[in-house]
Design a protein around this ligand. Structure first.
Ligand SMILES: NC(=O)c1ccc[n+]([C@@H]2O[C@H](COP(=O)([O-])OP(=O)(O)OC[C@H]3O[C@@H](n4cnc5c(N)ncnc54)[C@H](O)[C@@H]3O)[C@@H](O)[C@H]2O)c1
Ligand SMILES: [Zn+2]
Length: 338
C-alpha cells in the first residue's frame, strides 16, 4: 500500500509498505479522503517537531470504509462507512472529571501516533463513528472540523434569535458560522482576506472586513445597539482579541476557539463592566460528532463549497507547498485511494 510520511524540514515522502492486520480491538480502514487541517500545516512548518515522532504519517480529518476487523471488535463489520474521532483517551484518570476529550494525558491520533494520510489505517474501534450507507465520503471528511464547530456552538449556549459574531472566516470560522446559522442565530463574519470574504458571502453569510468598516458600529447597526450575544474568536490574532470584548454586548459570551500559542493582551475591565464570559473550547465530544454526522448526512448546508481542492496522496508535497502559497483556499482533501 501507499503511505505518506512527514520527515521534517517541510518534506513528505510517499512510501510503499505492507498492509498490517488490525490488532485486538482495532479495525483497518480503507481511507477514502483525508483533509488537510491547519494543524497538519503547522506540522509541515516544523512547529511540532518535538511532538511528532518522525518519519510519521499525519492526518486526522478523514472518512473511509472498514476493510478488516480485529479480535474483540463487535460493533463494526467489513464494509461499514466510518469516521474516526482521533482522541486516544485511554489514560483518562478520575481527576479528569469525566472530560475525556481534554484529559491530561490525551493523545491526539495523527499527531502523537500515525494518522490517516495513507491508503489503509489501523485504529482502535472506540474512536469510530458509523455513517449511513448513503453518506458522501468526500463530505464526511469534513466531519472532524465540523465537530469542532458543533462543540464551540454547543458550549456557547447560542439559541435561536441571538446574534453571533464570528471573528475569522477560515475553514473553522465558516463551519462555526454554518452551525450557528443552523441554530437559528443571526450570524456576522469578520474576515480580512477579500477572497475569503467573497467566499463567506457566496455561502450566504453577512461578512465584512474590520479593515474597511468599523466592526462594532456594524454589529450595533444589525442588533438595535445590543451587539453580539456570542462572539467566536476563530482568527487567532491580537486585533481579534482587541475587538472581541467591544463587539460582545451585555453578558455576552466569548468562545475561544483559536489556539494562541503565546500570551496575548485582553482588556479584562470589559469582563467586569459588561459581565462578559470567556469560554474555552477544545476539540469535541461524542455528541458533537453525532451532531455533525447528522448535519453532513442531511446535507442541507453548503458543505460542498468548503472543499476547494482534491488531490491524490502522491501529490502531498505539492499540496502543502501550494497551501503555503495560497491562503485563499479552504479545505483541501487528499484522495487516499489514488
Ligand atoms: N479549539 C479547537 O479545538 C480548534 C480546532 C481546530 C482549529 N482551531 C484553531 O482555530 C483557528 C482557526 O482555524 P482555521 O483553520 O480556520 O485557521 P485560518 O488561519 O485558516 O483562519 C483564520 C482566519 O482569520 C482571518 N483573520 C486574520 N486576522 C483577522 C482579523 N483581524 N479579523 C478577522 N479575521 C482575521 C484570516 O484571514 C483567516 O482567514 C486556529 O487558531 C486554529 O488553530 C482550534
Ligand atoms: Zn483538524
Amino acid at each position: 500500500m501507499i503511505a505518506t510520511v512527514y520527515k521534517g524540514d517541510k518534506t513528505f515522502d510517499v512510501i510503499e509498505k505492507e498492509i498490517e492486520q488490525p490488532q485486538n480491538g482495532e479495525v483497518r480502514i480503507k481511507v477514502a479522503y483525508s483533509g488537510v487541517c491547519g494543524t497538519d500545516v503547522h506540522i509541515y512548518h516544523g512547529m511540532m517537531d518535538k511532538r511528532v515522532d518522525m518519519p510519521q504519517t499525519i492526518g486526522h480529518e478523514m472518512s473511509g470504509v472498514i476493510d478488516a476487523v480485529g479480535e474483540g471488535v463487535v460493533d463494526y463489520v467489513v464494509g461499514d462507512k466510518v469516521v474516526v474521532r482521533p482522541l486516544d483517551d485511554r489514560k483518562v484518570k478520575a481527576s479528569d472529571k469525566g472530560f475525556n476529550h481534554i484529559c491530561e494525558e490525551l493523545k491526539f491520533i495523527g499527531i502523537d501516533s500515525p494518522g490517516s494520510m495513507q491508503q489503509y489505517w489501523n485504529v482502535p474501534a472506540f474512536t469510530l463513528h458509523k455513517l449511513q450507507e448513503s453518506t458522501d465520503l468526500k463530505l464526511a471528511a469534513l466531519i472532524e472540523p465540523l465537530s469542532v464547530a458543533a462543540h464551540d456552538v454547543r458550549l456557547s449556549g447560542l439559541v435561536k434569535g441571538e446574534t453571533a459574531v464570528v471573528l475569522g472566516g477560515g475553514p473553522i470560522g465558516l463551519l462555526v458560522a454554518m452551525v450557528a446559522k443552523e441554530v437559528g442565530a443571526q450570524v456576522i463574519i469578520s474576515e480580512v482576506n477579500p477572497t475569503r470574504i467573497a467566499k463567506a458571502k457566496e455561502l450566504g453569510f453577512d461578512a465584512v472586513s474590520p479593515l474597511e468598516v468599523d466592526l462594532v458600529e456594524y454589529v450595533k447597526s444589525k442588533t438595535e445597539d445590543r451587539r453580539a450575544d456570542v462572539v467566536f474568536e476563530v482568527a487567532g490574532v491580537q486585533p481579534a482579541l482587541d475587538v472581541m470584548c467591544e463587539v460582545a454586548g451585555i453578558r455576552g459570551r466569548i468562545v475561544m476557539v483559536a489556539i494562541h500559542g503565546v500570551k496575548k493582551e485582553i482588556d479584562l475591565f470589559k469582563f467586569f463592566w459588561k459581565e462578559l464570559k470567556l469560554i474555552g473550547a477544545r476539540v469535541y465530544e461524542k455528541e458533537d460528532y453525532e451532531k455533525s454526522i447528522q448535519l453532513i448526512t442531511a446535507n442541507e448546508l453548503p458543505f460542498e463549497q468548503m472543499i476547494t481542492d482534491v488531490q491524490p496522496l502522491s501529490k502531498i508535497q505539492t499540496v502543502f507547498e501550494n497551501i503555503d502559497k495560497n491562503p485563499d483556499g479552504l479545505k483541501v482533501l487528499m484522495d487516499c485511494q489514488l
